[in-house]
Each structure stands twice: as C-alpha cells, then as structure tokens.
Design a protein around this ligand. Structure first.
Ligand SMILES: NC(=O)C1=CN([C@@H]2O[C@H](COP(=O)(O)OP(=O)(O)OC[C@H]3O[C@@H](n4cnc5c(N)ncnc54)[C@H](OP(=O)(O)O)[C@@H]3O)[C@@H](O)[C@H]2O)C=CC1
Ligand SMILES: CCCCCC(=O)/C=C/[C@H]1[C@H](O)CC(=O)[C@@H]1CCCCCCC(=O)O
Length: 346
C-alpha cells in the first residue's frame, strides 16, 4: 500500500504571536512496512498550549510535536491488530510508521511511553481520550487533588476556567464539596461556566478581578489553580498578583499549572513580587507536570470516566474539522477562541 502522509512542519520557530508561514502543510510518501512496523492513521489530533513554548526547544524546520488518537491500518506486529486504537506522540501528521519493538524502552518527556493503548473510555466519545479522559483531564485531576489538596467547604479559584483543564478543575472541585470561582475571557464562556456548576464566574477582560473576588469570596481563596500565571492581565492589573497578594486565605495552596499568558511573550516574565504574602499567609505554591503522576494516570482516567457517566461532569469540545485546518485550530486556542478542549478531527 502506497501511503502519502500529510504533516505540518514548523518552518520557522515562533517569535511572538505565531504566523501563518511558521507552520506549513507538506506531504511525505511513506516506505513499505518492514518487519515489526505498524502503520497508524490519525483519527483525532490534539492542539495544546504547551506546543507554543515547547516548540522553542526545537530547531526549525522540524515536524510539529503533538499527541493523536490513531488506529492501526496495517501491521507487521501481531500485538497491534488492525483497527486497534492508540494514543501516540506522533506529531501533527495523518499517517505514521512506528516500530514498537525497535522503540521498546524509548520514553517520551517525563518518562511517558510514546504510544499507549487508548484507555477504556466507558462508552464516551473517542476524542475524549485527548481531553477530559486524557492528558488535560488528568492534569486537572492531579493538580487539584494532589497539589491544591482541597477540603470540603474550601473555596477554589481557577483561571482559563472554560478551557480543557479549567473546566474539569471546577467540576472536580464541586464533586469534592468546594465552592468554585472561575474566570474566562468571554461572556459566552462565563455563561457556560455557570451552566456546568461553577458557583461564580466572571469575565476577567471586562470585570475588576479584585472587586469580583471580594464579593464572591470574602472568606478568601483556599486553592488557586493557576493556568495562566503572571502577566495574565485582568481588569485592575496582573491577575495572579492580585489574587495572591490580596485574596488568598491563610494556609492557601496554589497549583502552578501553566503560564499561557506569557507563551507568546518576547521578553522574560516578571520576577516574584509575592514573597511577602507567601510568608505572612503561610502559602504553598507548587508547579507540577501531569506525568509526574503517570503511575496513577489510568486510575484517574477511570474515575473521571465514571463521573462523566454519572452526569457529575459535563464536557465541551471545540472541534476543528479537517487536518488541513489544524494550524487555525491551534492559533485559535492561543487567542482564546476555544470553549472546552480544542481537538482536530482528521
Ligand atoms: N502542568 C501540566 O502538566 C499541564 C499544564 N497545562 C497548562 O494548563 C493551561 C490550560 O491548558 P488547556 O486547558 O489545555 O488550554 P485551554 O483549553 O484553557 O485553552 C487556552 C485558554 O487560555 C486562555 N488564554 C489564551 N491566551 C491567553 C492569555 N494571553 N492570557 C490569559 N489567558 C489566555 C484562553 O481562554 P480565555 O478566553 O479564558 O482567556 C484560551 O481559551 C495552559 O497554561 C497549559 O500550558 C496543560 C496541560 C498540562
Ligand atoms: C512554561 C511552559 C509551561 C508548559 C506547561 C504545559 O502545558 C505542560 C504540558 C506538558 C504536560 O505536563 C504533559 C505534556 O504532554 C506536556 C509536555 C509535552 C512535551 C512534549 C515534547 C514532545 C517532543 O519533544 O517531541
């Protein structure tokens, strides 16, 4: 079988906001399969914020990085039957030849396997394996439960709350008996946050962060799940500085999950202004990477699937149709166009 794969190539490293000619769609004729080779075809592909900062470590021109849900279409390894589904770190490409035996023991970033069987999704749509039942869902699960360690009755604050991670954090926090406050960048997102059970939701672009927090959480914030980090401008100034210096309660916990507001920045982010508050309020602030909890990943996905099945978690996906439109799906994510998990249908 002659297969011509389509792939997105990072032609130039991004500088500032990504531009159309930084990423270019190309074709590549694949060779015939050798012994042990498996040919995968992408079904769904993920676009995630990390692709922007991580691609700075690559030297263009280079094939773009990313995870996809793929099915086996041809196989010379009996352990990989035709039709079976895998999550593969294959990058932005439609077809991939991978040799599991030759790649045995080769790990991806943070010790994760490069190709893993699609987990049991308990009847949920396959694309969820890249979102609520995949890396972003697990990020929400571990970041909240392990790093923020919420107690029933705690107040949990989340920014980029209508995204893949943030929408899950708020709903898991509700399951754990917390009061939840979410901030997002459009009125439509704010409306959706209320629909999925956030107790309070605000538009950080139009409402004063400090004033809204004083009203919604006069008791202070116990857990702050930070998806956007410093330089995240809300009305009234930097979002995280405002939250941390003015609104944390004593003994509060801060999970540093991401820093999307600075991914396109061309100057380094500002330094810590927070030490005084951290000390006097006895705060804990911890960065984390979802795969540091890799040994518990499948158990987490199982519990998340159960919560979805029980109707305790609602899911929204932002689907871009067609591999050829993957770049615009990614650029849209960086501009806040997505509600819920941004995925590409191949
Ligand atoms: N530590 C870890 O292991 C992991 C960390 N992450 C991090 O979690 C965060 C959320 O990821 P994910 O849920 O996948 O993405 P989202 O689905 O939340 O999409 C990104 C959202 O971020 C917001 N945003 C975009 N640009 C800016 C900006 N300049 N300032 C503030 N907000 C902005 C937009 O929402 P809005 O309209 O509300 O501004 C946008 O929709 C990211 O920072 C990501 O890097 C993700 C996975 C794993
Ligand atoms: C300042 C940058 C913060 C980035 C935070 C973030 O979004 C991290 C995401 C990682 C998540 O923990 C698990 C992942 O899959 C993300 C990293 C993936 C790196 C892939 C590199 C692949 C490659 O080099 O081929």
């Amino acid at each position: 079988m002659v297969v011509v794969a389509k792939k997105w190539v990072l032609k130039k490293n991004f500088i500032g906001e990504p531009k159309d000619d930084d990423l270019v769609l190309e074709e590549e004729q694949l060779p015939a399969l050798k012994d042990g080779d498996v040919l995968f075809e992408a079904l769904w592909l993920s676009v995630d914020p990390y692709m922007r900062p991580y691609s700075n470590n690559l030297k263009a021109p280079v094939d773009m990085i990313g995870q996809q849900l793929a099915r086996v279409v041809e196989s010379k390894d009996g352990r990989y039957p035709i039709g079976s589904r895998y999550l593969g770190d294959f990058g932005w490409r439609t077809h991939t030849i991978f040799n599991p035996k030759a790649m045995e023991g080769v790990k991806g970033t943070y010790g994760k396997d490069l190709v893993i069987p699609c987990p049991d999704l308990a009847g949920n749509p396959e694309s969820y394996s890249l979102g609520c039942l995949g890396m972003p869902g697990a990020t929400a699960y571990f970041g909240l439960l392990k790093v923020c360690d919420p107690k029933p009755g705690d107040t949990v604050l989340v920014n980029a709350a209508a995204g893949a991670v943030g929408s899950m954090v708020g709903q898991i926090a509700k399951i754990k008996g917390c009061k939840t406050i979410g901030y997002a960048g459009t009125e439509q997102k704010v409306k959706w946050l209320k629909e999925i059970g956030y107790d309070f939701a605000f538009n950080y672009k139009t409402e004063d962060v400090s004033a809204t927090l004083s009203k919604a959480a006069p008791e202070g914030i116990n857990c702050y799940f930070d998806n956007a980090s410093s330089e995240h401008e809300g009305v009234g100034g930097d979002f995280s500085n405002t939250v941390i210096t003015k609104h944390m309660s004593i003994g509060g916990r801060i999970a540093i999950c991401g820093a999307i507001s600075s991914y396109n920045a061309t100057a380094p982010p500002m330094g810590p202004e927070l030490y005084g508050t951290m000390i006097f309020k006895q705060l804990k602030m911890q960065g984390f990477i979802v795969y540091q909890y890799y040994s518990e990943y499948h158990a987490a996905v199982k519990e998340l699937a159960q919560w979805i099945k029980e109707g305790k978690i609602q899911v929204c996906e932002d689907v871009t149709d067609g591999f050829a439109n993957m770049r615009s799906g990614f650029y849209g994510l960086l501009k806040g166009k997505n509600t819920g998990k941004a995925v590409i249908k191949a």
